[in-house]
Design a protein around this ligand. Structure first.
Ligand code: ADP
Ligand code: GLC
Length: 475
C-alpha cells in the first residue's frame, strides 16, 4: 500500500464540531480500496488523549511552541491515528477551537501551527512502518504544513494537497508572530502568506500546496468569485488548473435506513409513517395534514436559519410543522426557542447524534437554506432516508439535489427543491411549493424513491483523491 497523511483538527469518532470530522473519518476507509493507507494526525485535545489505549511514542519534540510534545501512534476507531500529546496546547476543558464561553482560544495560531509542524516533521522524517508520500491537509488548521515541509527541505520528496471545507475561516495571526510561528521572512509577501498585513494560514496552504481542492464542484466555481471567495478568490483564480471540486460522500453505514439502530430498522419510505409518528410524539407535536419539515444544523450565519424564522408562516399556515435540532450562535438559539412557542414548531437546542438520526428519519422534508455551503451532508442524509431536501441553490447543495422543475417531474428524476436567491421570500416560496408537492402523494413518493436511489457513497470521491495523490507524489 502507498502511504499518505491526513492533517486535520477534527475527525470522527474522536472529536467533531461539523462535517469536516465526518469527512476526515471517512477518507481512510474510502482510500484503502484504492491502494492508499491514509493515517490521520490530530491534536491531542484532552478528550482525545484520555480515550487512547496503549499509545506508542513515535517522535518527540523538545519545544513545540512553548512546551515539550510527544507524537503518539495508536489503533483506535478502526484506524491508525497519530495524536500530538502537548499538554500546554491541548490539555484544557472546552472545544477544539473555542473556550467554554465561546471565545477563540488566544493561542490558536500556535495550537494549529503545532499540528502542522509535527505533520511536516513526520512526513519529512518518517517513522518505522510509515513514510508518507503525500500530505493531505484540511482547512486553515492544516494550511502551514506545506510551508514547513518546504522549510524542512522535504518538498521534493513529499507531495501536498489542501482541501478547503470552509473558506470563511482564514487562521489569521499578527505579522509580529511570524518568527514565533517559524515561518520564513521571504514568505511574508502578497505572493506568499501575507494577507492585508497579517499572516493567513489558509492562504499559505493555497499557495504552498501542490494542489487545492474543495468539497463540491459548484463551490469550487463560487470560490473564484468575489461574492464567495472571502478575499481569496484572486489567489484561487491564480491557481488555475491546480484547483478543483471533489464532492463529498456520506458514510453509508452510519446513515443507512435499513440498519439504523436509532430508528428501529425501518425501511423508508414504507416505515416513514411510523418514524414520523414517533418523532411527533417525542416532541409533543399534534397530528397535522401538511409536511413535517426538519433541520439538523449548527446555528450560524452560514446556515441561513434566521431566514427560516421569517419564512416559517409559509409552512405552518399550510398545515406544515417543523422540528429543529441545533446549537451555536446564542442569539439564534434564543430566537428559535421563542419560535417554538408555536404549537407546530418544536426545537431542541443542543448537539445530539442519536436524536439527529431520529429527526432525519422521521421528517418528510429536510431544510437547508444556507447562504453558502461548501458541500453539506444533512441534505444527503435526507435523500437516503426518503426525507426530501429543500435547499438553497448554492455550493454542494446545488450539486446533490435535483430540483422539482416541471421537466424533472415529468421525467421522473426530481429529488428535492432548490430555491434562489437565498432570501426569506424565496425560501417561503419553496415552502409553499413543498406543501403543494406533498399534497400530491404519487409525485411525492416518486421524489422520495428517486432520492433513495442516488449514489451518495464515497466511491467516486475516493477514486478522485487517489488520482490526485498519485499525481502529486514524487515517487
Ligand atoms: P457543517 O460542517 O458546515 O456544520 P455539514 O452538513 O457538512 O455542515 O455537517 C454537519 C454535520 O454535523 C452533520 O453530520 C450533521 O448531522 C451534524 N450536526 C450538526 N448539528 C448537529 C446537532 N445539533 N446535533 C447532532 N448533529 C449535528
Ligand atoms: C464544512 C462545510 C460543509 C461541508 C463540511 C465537510 O464544515 O461547511 O458544507 O459539508 O465542511 O466538507
Amino acid at each position: 500500500m502507498r502511504q499518505a497523511l491526513s492533517v486535520t483538527s477534527e475527525c470522527v469518532p474522536f472529536v467533531k464540531t461539523g462535517g469536516l470530522a465526518d469527512v476526515a473519518g471517512a477518507l481512510p476507509h474510502a482510500l484503502a480500496g484504492h491502494g492508499w493507507e491514509l493515517r490521520t494526525i490530530l491534536p491531542g485535545y484532552r478528550q482525545v488523549v484520555a480515550g487512547l489505549k496503549r499509545p506508542k511514542t513515535v517522535m518527540t519534540e523538545a519545544d513545540l511552541f512553548g512546551g515539550p510534545a510527544r507524537l503518539l501512534s495508536v489503533m483506535a476507531g478502526g484506524q491508525s491515528i497519530l495524536v500530538i500529546d502537548a499538554p500546554h496546547l491541548y490539555d484544557r476543558a472546552g472545544g477544539p477551537y473555542l473556550d467554554a464561553s465561546g471565545n477563540d482560544w488566544p493561542d490558536n495560531a500556535e495550537r494549529f501551527a503545532a499540528l502542522c509542524w509535527m505533520a511536516a516533521r513526520l512526513a519529512a522524517e518518517g517513522i518505522p512502518g510509515f513514510t508518507p508520500e503525500v500530505l493531505h491537509v484540511h482547512d486553515w488548521q492544516g494550511g502551514l504544513a506545506p510551508v514547513y515541509l518546504a522549510e524542512m527541505g522535504a518538498r521534493d520528496r513529499v507531495g501536498s494537497i489542501l482541501t478547503i471545507h470552509n473558506i470563511a475561516f482564514h487562521g489569521l495571526a499578527p505579522a509580529a508572530m511570524r518568527e514565533r510561528l517559524r515561518l520564513p521572512a521571504s514568505g511574508f509577501s502578497q505572493e506568499g502568506f501575507e494577507f492585508w498585513g497579517q499572516i493567513n494560514a489558509l492562504k499559505a496552504g493555497i499557495v504552498w500546496a501542490d494542489r487545492v481542492t474543495t468539497v463540491s464542484p459548484t463551490y469550487a466555481a463560487e470560490l473564484r468569485t468575489p461574492e464567495f471567495g472571502w478575499g481569496l478568490d484572486g489567489v484561487l483564480r491564480g491557481r488555475d488548473t491546480g484547483f478543483s471540486g471533489i464532492l463529498n460522500g456520506v458514510d453509508e453505514d452510519s446513515w443507512n435506513p435499513s440498519t439504523d439502530p436509532a430508528i428501529d430498522r425501518f425501511k423508508a419510505p414504507a416505515g416513514k409513517a411510523r418514524a414520523k409518528a414517533r418523532l411527533r410524539k417525542e416532541f409533543g407535536l399534534p397530528k397535522a395534514d401538511g409536511p413535517l419539515a426538519v433541520v439538523v444544523s449548527r446555528l450560524s450565519e452560514q446556515k441561513g436559519l434566521d431566514l427560516l424564522l421569517d419564512a416559517l408562516p409559509a409552512l405552518t399556515d399550510r398545515g406544515g410543522q417543523l422540528v429543529l435540532l441545533g446549537s451555536g450562535d446564542r442569539k439564534l438559539e434564543w430566537e428559535w426557542q421563542r419560535a417554538a412557542q408555536h404549537p407546530n414548531v418544536a426545537v431542541h437546542i443542543g448537539y445530539d447524534e442519536a436524536l439527529s438520526h431520529r429527526i432525519i428519519a422521521g421528517g418528510d422534508a429536510i431544510l437547508v437554506p444556507s447562504r453558502f455551503e461548501p458541500c453539506g451532508l444533512t441534505q444527503m442524509y435526507g435523500l437516503r432516508y426518503g426525507t426530501v431536501p429543500v435547499v438553497a441553490r448554492t455550493g454542494g447543495l446545488a450539486d446533490t439535489v435535483i430540483d422539482a422543475s416541471p421537466v424533472a417531474l415529468r421525467s421522473g428524476v426530481a429529488t428535492g427543491l432548490q430555491f434562489h436567491p437565498v432570501t426569506a421570500h424565496a425560501l417561503a416560496g419553496a415552502l409553499i411549493r413543498l406543501c403543494e408537492l406533498y399534497g400530491q402523494p404519487k409525485v411525492w413518493a416518486q421524489m422520495q424513491k428517486n432520492g433513495m436511489k442516488q449514489n451518495l457513497g464515497w466511491g467516486p470521491a475516493a477514486a478522485d483523491y487517489a488520482t490526485l495523490y498519485a499525481e502529486v507524489s514524487r515517487r
